[in-house]
Design a protein around this ligand. Sequence first.
Ligand code: GZL
Length: 326
Amino acid sequence: MFPDVLKKIPLTFLIITGLFLSGCGGGSDDSSADSDTLTIGFIQTGAESDWRKAHTVSVKEEAEKRGYNLKFADGQGKPENQIKAFSSFVVQRVDAIILAPIVETGWETALRKAKAAGIPVLILDRTVDVSDDSLFATYVGADTYQEGIQAAEWVVKETGGKANIVELQGTPGSSPAINRLKSFKSVIDQHPGLKIIDSQSGDFRRANGKQVMEAMLKKHGPENIDLVYAHNDDMALGAIQAIEEAGLKPAVYIKLISIDAVRAAFEAMVDGKLNCVVECNPLQGPLAFDLLEKILAGETVAKDNRVKDEVFEMAHAAEDIKTRAY
Ligand code: GZL
């Protein structure tokens, strides 16, 4: 099967080398392309939620449509994986990098390397905390601070300013979790009858949201929880499961509001199990590539570019779900 010269090389070495050269055995994939096609390195957080999956599809489909060679690196929820992938894209001298950072911090050195190599970086979805914003070319995402405000304003209206609230936070250190906690609290604190009696991280994951909600029901007693504020739909859906398994009616005995507006959240509203959803639009691919093309053509673009969000309530969900794009 093997020519004589290869017979002397251990088979395991050949298999590992083959895997490495074929790009297998890691969280990345890339389409092969000829040399004059632009190559973009895209570093994603992972696949922690339905929202994230829609976000990845939006970027991949747009790159495909525009004929880019997209090298995809899946952070798999670990910031260290993203840093490694970022350095690798700089070494490979890709034409540009799109980064959706799991957490805000730890990006200064990597961004300085890309800048020194003349590789523009577009920050997508979540923000980075750096001393000098010339380290990245532009930012595209939703206004996650405003989303927390919109959620709190709905809570004030829905409860008449009186409720015990439990909060399911997103990934610690991520800009959406930081923003949605701060902005929600800034409105709630103006109403003495509204109390956030507990706030824990569910890491934007459904299973974690369920576990945290089970613990909160046990710790406080269901009778002392009026409303759940979840930083994303996946955790809200987990909380709904926990409330149902406790023999209680979600959205009735305990109200729920969450952020993202993915299809499963609309289905829960149609089923009468979720009261309100604040949108966080993941369809950011088209705007990202519009801006990236301007940057690669040497044009100056706005540093901060936001997609639009809306608020959706249970009463209109059966109608709204018909036109949802994700
Ligand atoms: C928000 C985005 C968040 C979503 C979650 O901009 O980063 O990450 O709200 C996702 O569903 O996991």
